[in-house]
Design a protein around this ligand. Sequence first.
Ligand code: GLN
Length: 483
Amino acid sequence: MQPEFESLVTLKKAIAEKKVSAVDAVTAYLERIGQHDESIHAFNELYGDYAMQRAAQVDAGQITGKLAGVPIAIKDNLCTPYGHTTCSSKMLANFKAPYMATAVGKLEAEGAIIIGKTNLDEFAMGSSTENSAFGMTKNPWDTTRVPGGSSGGSAAAMAADFAAATLGSDTGGSIRQPAALCGVCGLKPTYGKVSRFGLVAFASSLDQIGPFTRSVEDAALLMDVICGHDPKDSTSANLPASDHTLELHKPIENLRIGIAKQYMAEGNDPAVTKAVEDAIEVYKSLGATIVEVDLPHTEYGIPVYYIVATAEASSNLARYDGVHYGHRTEKPEDLYDLYAASRAEGFGDEVKRRIMLGTYALCSGYYDAYYNRALKVRRLIKQDFDKAYEQCDAILCPTTTGVAFKAGDKTDDPLAMYLNDVYTVNANLAGIPGITIPAGLSDDGLPVSIQLYGNAYEDAKLLRIAQMFQTATSHHTLRPKLG
Ligand code: GLN
């Protein structure tokens, strides 16, 4: 790709300075997608005509803004009044949303060009994008491997340079884990920073929209655009809009990086352990102090997450009943059969599994033993983080235990798949921000990453800390060779 396309920030500048036209930018990405997406399958749908039309308007000066002319792809669980919003489910295969997700509307208001929607695990439930009803996405670094999930399409699109940036959603790791396996940056903001309006709900107390980018600088710029209070999302934080770019390049003095033994488990792939150890050295060389923090309730994260998330999912997905919208069975015998058959036909196995687990956890008689107890432990996990942030500015840990696994390796073992989220779910349970950044390649040439956790609402500070790492390293500039 031309040097102007190196990052979102460089492309935005090149378009603003008229070195590259918006039409050229859109054309370049669409051509690249045309050449390579057949073997990767990052996209569910492309908006070629719409994108070209908007690009022409940018070039004519009719559309302006911080992201004028920049092509961006979004996860196919974000509603737009054009095209389909399928959540990679048969249930919504023909669904056309009547409204626009706030985050996507904000991108467009700043001149960004939405070029298409990316594949995901059905309803964002999964860690490999193999649960998509429309076929899996492949990892651009090795197409026999998964890109991670559930935002695997957005991560793969970013890694393959199919857009200048992409949006995903993260309920338990769905931005950070695929970012790690595809070697790109992925940020899950603090819960409430980005409006969830127009994001198809999976688990409402955990879901958060965030960016996939090449660099931390790009992520900061996107955050400036997409965050902010939204009266249409009652859980969006009513805080003045924050600027993530303003002080991004100012290193933090007396930086304290926390390390928790609970995340440095023996079972981690040596390449992952080495990436974290190397990052510790990088931060030390930048003047940081390394402090040991204790997160004693870490191990309860997975069981708590898979109770809370499934409980909320079972309630959120009750709306797909074959009556309001979505798939409807053809010849129901009666009303009950209409509901039952529409849901049986429309949902895939993993979604059904989650609905059953969640319904069970919410049954009277089990509610206190499972759901209520999970909420209590969730609070303890949050308190662990509150205490840790009295001692440090950010916590450095792995995003995943290993590198991208082979397609099919974990599809028959839901528990093994769930354990993928062991280092990511706790940020969602605590509502804190987490960022994944590339940290090199394994011996097999597959991306490894590090993760940084920040304190709630300190997303700008977290980005600054991540930026310090990228200033000192060049891992984020590595790209896969596409076949
Ligand atoms: N992999 C996790 C799950 O399957 C997280 C999904 C997500 O963050 N959307 O639930």
